[in-house]
Design a protein around this ligand. Structure first.
Ligand code: SF4
Length: 418
């Protein structure tokens, strides 16, 4: 029996899909990359925001066509969308109504529970390139940011054991994985994070260790010390601040202030001078007037984040923020996102220009049009920039090389092998 899987959403969902694939193969199924050949199709969905749910619905509808005209006999939905839908307040939700129009009952054959914590013995088929792997260290979230559905979809925080995670990383390193990306909804909520990081750095074969999704409130001095000390831990922190106005931070229930962020960022840069800081911010949160938005722009100019993503606030039914007064119009939200990205483009260009003349270690990922494309320690896969590399000798994907940077644009660097 052949199964075709689609993974939507973030790397956390991707690891769930990898486990799902592993379990299916262990149970005797065969994975296919062609929906036309599949007897069964599974869509592992994301429901974080309305745009993600819309994408999931469109994908399910598209896959339903294979069931109508192809070999496919069963279509399953997995992941966050069924969890989101199951909550009482969402009974007969818009997505269900939409699918009903397509004959919902016969269209979707069931729900696969793909959300959860696994251990190093759980079968898993990696869907990322051979040289890097996401490793989930915890599941769920206790933060209850006022705009976010995740705690109600994924539940309370649960942790994996340090030894279990290390056993998984050892197995991955033996199979040739060179970069480990630790993920969770909130990685800094992991109680033994410093210990986990320093033990991971001792595993042979692991070359880069990267920490994603670190909540600013839970970043401890011990973790910063380990990052500063261990050469294998990349000097990169993904620190989603979401906003910088005290009023908006309070409404978001982020439980920190602008002053806290200023102090934290200053401390991080003092302890780890080469650190590359990535952040995400939300523009157009309810109550964000011109004053609060200016505060955010000023902060971005001050903090000079190496990488920044900005999203327009999306109103979510079932969240405290969805009920707040002072919702911002779609037009203003789009304009504000553009303004943030305009400010960040100037910051990024200025920072990238400073790298000209420096030699960086680059992880080569592919060859395209006579050049090689790779990433430096400042770039996480999929979300950050890239480095275009000229080389006289032939390079292979997954290889680390020293590259001298010759040219810079806001989001990309250009260089030659040293
Ligand atoms: S930290 Fe906040 S935004 Fe992130 S998953 Fe938890 S509640 Fe959602």
């Amino acid at each position: 029996m052949k199964v075709y899987l689609i993974s939507l959403g973030c790397p956390k969902n991707l690891t769930d899909t990898e486990v799902l694939m592993g379990k299916l193969v262990a149970a005797g199924y065969e994975i296919t990359t062609k929906p036309a050949q599949a007897d069964m199709i599974i869509v592992n969905t994301c429901a974080f925001l309305k745009t993600a749910r819309d994408e999931a619905i469109q994908t399910i509808k598209k896959m339903a066509q294979w069931k109508k005209k192809g070999k496919c006999k069963q279509l399953f939905i997995a992941g966050c969308l069924p969890k989101w839908k199951k909550q009482d307040r969402f009974s007969l939700s818009p997505w269900e109504r939409e699918l009903e129009g397509e004959g919902f009952e016969t269209l979707v054959d069931g729900i696969v529970d793909s959300i959860g914590l696994f251990n190093y013995c759980t079968p898993r088929i990696k869907a990322t390139p051979p040289w890097y792997a996401y490793v989930k260290i915890a599941e769920g979230c206790n933060n209850y940011c006022s705009y976010c559905l995740i705690p109600s979809i994924r539940g309370k925080l649960k942790f994996r054991k340090v030894n279990d995670i290390l056993a998984e990383v050892k197995g991955l390193a033996k199979r040739g994985v060179k970069e480990i990306l630790y993920i969770a909804q909130d990685t800094t909520a992991y109680p033994k994070l410093a210990q986990l990081l320093s033990k991971t750095a001792k595993i042979d074969g692991v070359h880069w260790i990267r920490l994603l999704y670190t909540h600013p409130l839970h970043l401890t001095n011990q973790v910063l010390k380990v990052i500063a000390k261990e050469p294998k831990i990349v000097k990169y922190l993904d620190l989603p601040i979401q906003h910088a106005s005290d009023k908006i931070l309070r409404l978001m229930n982020r439980r920190y202030t602008r002053h806290f962020l200023e102090t934290l960022i200053t401390k991080i840069r003092r302890q780890i001078p080469k650190i590359a800081l990535r952040t995400t911010v939300i523009a157009g949160f309810p109550g964000e007037g011109e004053t609060e938005f200016r505060e955010l722009l000023d902060f971005i100019r001050w903090a000079k984040f190496d990488r920044l993503g900005c999203f327009a606030y999306q109103r979510e039914t079932g969240t405290p923020a969805g009920k707040m007064r002072g919702q911002v119009s779609a037009k203003v939200k789009i304009k504000r996102v553009q303004q943030v990205m305009g400010v960040q483009a100037r910051v990024a260009r200025e920072l990238n220009n400073k790298l000209i003349g420096q030699t960086l270690e680059i992880l080569i990922e592919k060859a395209a049009g006579g050049v090689y494309i790779g990433r430096s320690y400042m770039d996480a896969p999929e979300i950050d920039g890239q480095v275009l590399v000229n080389s006289k000798k032939s390079l292979s994907p997954g290889e680390f090389v020293k590259v001298r940077i010759k040219k810079a644009r806001a989001y990309d660097l250009f260089g030659s092998t040293a």
